[in-house]
Design a protein around this ligand. Structure first.
Ligand code: SF4
Length: 295
């Protein structure tokens, strides 16, 4: 017994302070790729190397349109390796959750040289976190804020709609002593009837489509749906096929999208807190999402 106390004293407190304190991200963490659009001379090598089609190219005689979809990106880093110009860099960015699917898409249009290289950037429509998607200032501690909105803790029901369980490992980490989600007044529940939020992973398999729709219906208003990971957002590497119907929003309305493959626990926490802002709007305005799934 003394040995256990001694070890606990030596280990000290391991719980992180995020989001009140900045996240400490390991140096080897691979986050989202960033693109230096104005200096990018040739998007073709990166697009060819991308295994998910997150970088897509449309070309006419004089123009090239490059679409980057962070909802498809699995942060593999192959685009940065293939692009020798240094215009593509893998960052440690992880706070990428958004409220609108379209905000994960960036479109750059280039005028071309006769040899097919990009001459000038003609237009840029940039997605990724807009001002609205930054966390509302944490003027109150998160726990106090949740109590103010709901009068109790925030209850989450996790739904694995067909994932590889990579996202589940990260979600499970939220309950460990390092991330300790309950310190914020957020906890997981077993039944959707007790939940305020559905945290949904995976490309939705055809076998889980009905189960997800029923789970959504069983969750009381005002409810939130958070789509987790590239698969939850877009179907990811699986896309839409004989076994999967694609992203979560093909079955139920989604309030927040958390990119990543899988998103690290900090990113999950960021997305959950972003969704909390939406919950606050619903509770204060008495507004609710459609109670019916899309289909
Ligand atoms: S990091 Fe994303 S954009 Fe780059 S190659 Fe991998 S999936 Fe494609």
């Amino acid at each position: 017994m003394f040995h256990i106390f001694k070890k606990a004293a030596q280990t000290r407190l391991v719980t992180i302070g995020y989001p009140q304190e900045p996240a400490r991200i390991p140096g080897h963490f691979r986050g989202a790729p960033r693109f230096e659009f104005s200096g990018w001379r040739d998007a073709r090598p990166a697009a060819d190397a991308c295994p998910t089609g997150a970088i897509a190219i449309e070309k006419s005689a004089e123009r090239r349109r490059v679409t980057i979809d962070y909802g498809l990106c699995i942060y593999c880093g192959q685009c940065a390796e293939a692009d020798r110009s240094g215009a593509v860099k893998i960052t440690r960015d992880f706070e990428l959750a958004v409220r609108e699917r379209g905000d994960l898409i960036t479109i750059a249009e280039y005028l071309l040289e006769p040899d097919g290289m990009q001459k000038t950037l003609a237009s840029l429509h940039k997605g990724l976190p807009s001002e609205n998607d930054l966390l509302e200032p944490l003027e109150h501690k998160v726990q106090e804020r949740i109590h103010k909105i709901l009068g109790r803790s925030l209850a989450i029901r996790e739904v694995d709609a067909g994932s590889c369980n990579g996202c589940e490992i990260e979600i499970g980490a939220l309950n460990n002593p390092v991330y300790d989600l309950e310190r914020l007044g957020i906890h997981f529940v077993a039944s959707p009837r007790h939940a305020d939020m559905l945290l949904v992973t995976g490309p939705v398999t055809r076998n889980m489509e009905l189960a997800l729709a029923k789970t959504y219906r069983a969750t009381p208003e005002p409810k939130l749906v958070v789509a987790v990971g590239a698969c939850g957002i877009s179907g990811g590497i699986f896309g839409r096929n004989y076994a999967t119907v694609g992203g979560v929003d093909t079955v139920v309305p989604v309030d927040v999208f958390i990119p990543g493959c899988p998103p690290r626990p900090h990113a999950l926490l960021h997305g959950i807190l972003l969704a909390l802002g939406r919950m606050e709007q619903r509770v204060t305005k008495g507004h609710s999402a459609s109670s019916e799934p899309f289909r």
